[in-house]
Write a protein that binds this ligand. Structure first.
Ligand SMILES: [Zn+2]
Length: 409
């Protein structure tokens, strides 16, 4: 008999069944991903699913290469039969993560958990022509994958405005970029799907899953390096905004007639308190920092000088910390986060900057709001952006993980 068209109720029923199956698969996969070797009965107990359902899902995960059967452990002294163990296969899949910085490009390879396995760093071409950046990233990616096979996806973070869905970098003025389809370009060059995020958004995702913010539902991750930006997580989900542009903290106006900003306006926070602004102020004061005590240095050298006791460097950092802290009072009051995480070359180091930041909050924040917020430095540091890019790529290539990681698509 020829097959007949499905009635709507049948089709709906099947769709519901498929969705339920995806949820169950994600539950089992997430438990395996987080833990060590475990048995099918234990997975059934932890998920509340029946043993046959768990067994079918585990078979499917093994067939997909996401899990491996480790066999049964040796019998106990009393001779009881022990159930076979199954374990998440971290080496079953690879993903690439890319962080395109103003001074440096980082490309990393991550395992099936999205955890960083190896990374390469190269100077960003100057000027940072998109074609040259893409060629460099592709070469670095191929090198990392040489002995590992292919990657399922690539996650990319850039220091600029990234349009949600299209992977287009609308503007990254510190790179000189204006409407660059970086997602499409990297996808073509590497032959895999690409997902692009703004760098502080990626860092916030990574910090929540692997860093100091594990288990934290509401947090603001503040980047203070060459520029300034923020990644906001509300209720465990990354806040992206209608077009993906949420978290542009650096372009909050803080003075009416301040210095020009990379965005073309005047008086933005980034123009007066970023690493770039600190370096400009230090150079204007005639300071020489770094290994050669030369006039060629960046924010990390100013931070190092302050740690070594240089009074001017400490004063500049402390002042910048106060300015960023005053602006962050707004974020604190609007979001009421459990944590404010400071990252980037300037923000991630406890010292004059963080002291100035805390002092400004203590002076101007509503005490009840401040008391519910811990101010901490990033645990992932230099790896935060690229780790976020890896996690986003991982989520892209294993859709069922989206149900448990959430929020970054
Ligand atoms: Zn601006």
């Amino acid at each position: 008999m020829a097959p007949t068209a499905q009635r709507p109720s049948q089709a709906t029923g099947r769709a519901q069944q498929a969705s339920l199956r995806a949820v169950n698969r994600s539950l089992v996969l997430d438990l395996l991903r987080r833990g060590g070797p475990t048995s099918r009965p234990s997975l059934a107990e932890q998920t509340g699913l029946t043993l046959p359902t768990v067994a079918a899902i585990v078979d499917e995960l093994i067939a997909d290469g996401l899990a491996v059967d480790r066999g049964a452990p040796l019998a106990s002294a009393r001779g009881g039969r022990r159930p076979r163990l199954v374990e998440f296969n971290t080496r079953s899949r690879w993903v690439l993560g890319v962080s395109i910085g103003v001074h440096r490009i980082t490309v990393a390879v991550g395992d099936a958990r999205g955890e960083l396995v190896a990374r390469l760093d190269e100077p960003t071409p100057s000027p940072a022509l998109p074609e040259q950046v893409v060629a460099k990233v592709a070469a670095m990616g191929r090198l990392l994958l040489r002995e590992r096979g292919h990657a399922d996806a690539v996650g990319v973070c850039v220091p600029g405005l990234v349009e949600r869905g299209s992977g287009i970098c609308l503007a990254a003025r510190n790179l000189g970029w204006d409407v660059v389809p970086i997602g499409h370009m990297l996808s073509q060059a590497l032959g895999v799907p690409a997902l692009v995020l703004n760098a502080p958004q990626a860092a916030a995702v990574a910090e929540r899953i692997q860093g100091v913010s594990q288990g934290v539902e509401d947090l603001v991750w503040i980047y203070v390096g060459t520029g300034i930006g923020a990644g906001i997580v509300c209720g465990g989900r990354l806040l992206r905004g209608s077009r993906g542009l949420a978290g542009e903290f650096g372009h909050v106006p803080v003075t009416s007639d301040g210095p020009p900003c990379s965005c073309g306006r005047h008086g933005c926070l980034e123009a007066v308190a970023s690493g770039g602004a600190i370096v400009r102020a230090a150079k204007a004061a005639g300071a020489r920092y770094g290994a050669g005590q030369s006039n060629e240095y960046g924010a990390p050298e100013v931070v190092a000088a302050a740690a070594a006791g240089d009074a001017l460097a400490a004063e500049l950092l402390s002042h910048a910390g106060e300015v960023v802290g005053r602006a962050a009072v707004g974020l604190l009051h609007l979001v009421n986060p459990q944590q404010m995480v400071l990252g980037g070359a300037v923000g991630e180091v406890e010292g004059p900057f963080t002291n100035g930041f805390r002092a400004a909050l203590a002076g101007q924040a509503i005490p009840f709001s401040l008391a519910s917020t811990a101010i901490v430095c990033s645990q992932l540091g230099d790896n935060a952006g690229v780790s976020g890019a890896l996690l986003v790529a991982r989520q892209q290539s294993e859709p069922s993980l989206q149900l448990v990681m959430g929020g970054s698509s």
